[in-house]
Design a protein around this ligand. Structure first.
Ligand SMILES: Nc1ncnc2c1ncn2[C@@H]1O[C@H](COP(=O)(O)OP(=O)(O)O)[C@@H](O)[C@H]1O
Ligand SMILES: [Mg+2]
Length: 369
């Protein structure tokens, strides 16, 4: 299997910079997700890895070998797109075989390989079926099988599940994970869906506006998002953000009528050292912001009005409007048995350990408490 190194890949289309100085080191057998909103440059990056697109500058290496001049067909990559182009007039079997026939593989070998891959993907029973008559799920599996049967060292998957409905997506996600564990191909997986990236990948490369924001394990990205974009993009419901200023060891929240959070001394020196600007954004994830009775909050405590709640079965999302703030809704994740009236004032509770501090100007994380 191959490792992949991207060194300052840059690609523009006219005035539009699609990918800017993108550098990444993907280990052999690693499963890496490239995650970001639509239009941020994910597909362009993939196409430069596969060789379908030539970068304006920068280099692509497989195992320390420069690939820039190597044709796509000679790179040893297999790829599957969102729009799995299966040949609908052929059987599933012939579709899968087509990947091997171009390599002039013998019929007996093809049969054996297809048997193996069909078993792996659990599509043995549809091999004789006309591909046009398959369920979307099986069609996507056939597209995957056709690529996998060629045994590429590198597997590139560009939003391969986004045409499937939610239930099938979950099943396929589990299958992909299982197959990856079994075959260990170096895999790059493009998605705009954070759940897919979090559940599948060993490491996630988060992109926005053509630029890599952070490359780390799902856990690290969730716990230590490098900037406001990553903090906002990862996690559902999303992290709450409060604008404010930092003065003399106190976080003064504009969104809560200037409510001040005194930081403990161990953090104060860190903040004083690292925070360059006075304007800040304080972040807290919904699961760490708890709704309590307003009587249990002292006079100066955080208060917010309930404006809605969604019981989700295993938990309840509560939407609140900070007291004195307009057009700002925050969310709190409570237990499934949480009940409340709407339009009543509640208290909010959190631990210092669960706060994030961002510099408002640079948008960078200053401190995870
Ligand atoms: N062939 C192209 N011609 C012109 N602009 C393109 C082309 N391909 C991509 N772009 C632009 O480059 C940016 C990144 O596109 P893309 O890599 O497809 O994003 P993503 O896959 O993350 O949705 C977008 O603004 C898109 O409009
Ligand atoms: Mg795309």
């Amino acid at each position: 299997m191959a490792s992949i190194t991207l060194d300052k890949l840059t690609k523009s289309f006219g005035k539009q910079t699609a990918v800017k100085e993108f550098s990444l080191e993907i280990r052999e057998k690693e499963f890496v997700a490239i995650l970001g909103p639509s239009g941020c440059g994910k597909t362009t990056t993939m196409n430069m890895i596969s060789g379908l697109l030539e970068p304006d500058s920068g280099k692509v290496y497989f195992n320390d070998k420069v690939m820039n001049e190597v044709l796509p067909g000679k790179r040893g990559v297999g790829f599957v797109f969102q729009n799995y182009a299966v040949f609908t007039h052929m059987s599933a079997y012939d579709n899968i075989a087509s990947g091997l026939k171009v390599h002039r593989v013998q019929k007996a070998v093809i049969d054996k390989e297809i048997e193996k891959v069909a078993k792996l993907l659990k599509i043995e029973h549809v091999l004789k079926t006309n591909a046009g008559k398959l369920s979307i799920n099986d069609m996507q599996k056939v597209a995957l099988a056709r690529t996998m049967v060629t045994k590429p060292e590198i597997l590139l998957l560009d939003e391969p599940l986004s045409n499937l409905d939610a239930a099938l997506r979950n099943i396929m996600r589990a299958e992909l994970k299982r197959i990856h564990l079994e075959l260990g191909q170096t895999t790059v997986y493009v998605t705009h869906d954070q759940v897919e990236a979090m559940s599948l990948a060993d490491r996630i490369a988060v992109m926005n506006f053509a630029v890599l924001q952070q490359f780390a394990t799902p856990d690290e990205i969730y716990r230590n998002p490098t900037n406001l974009f990553v903090a906002d993009f990862i996690g559902s419901p999303t992290m709450n953000f409060f604008r404010g200023t930092y003065k003399n060891g106190e976080l003064l929240l504009k969104d809560f009528k200037g409510y001040g959070i005194k930081v403990s001394s161990k953090y104060k020196s860190q903040i004083d050292k690292q925070l360059k600007n006075e304007d800040i954004v304080v972040g807290i994830r919904p699961e760490h912001l708890k709704v309590i009775d307003s009587d249990d909050v002292d006079k100066s405590g955080l208060k917010a009005k309930t404006v809605g709640y969604e019981p989700l079965g295993s938990e309840t999302v509560v939407y609140l409007e900070p007291e004195g703030a307009r057009e700002k809704i925050i969310n709190s994740l409570m237990d499934s048995d949480f009940k409340t009236d709407l339009h009543v004032l509640k208290g909010l509770k959190f631990e210092e350990e669960d706060l994030y501090l961002f510099d408002e100007k640079t948008e960078k994380l200053v401190l995870k408490f």
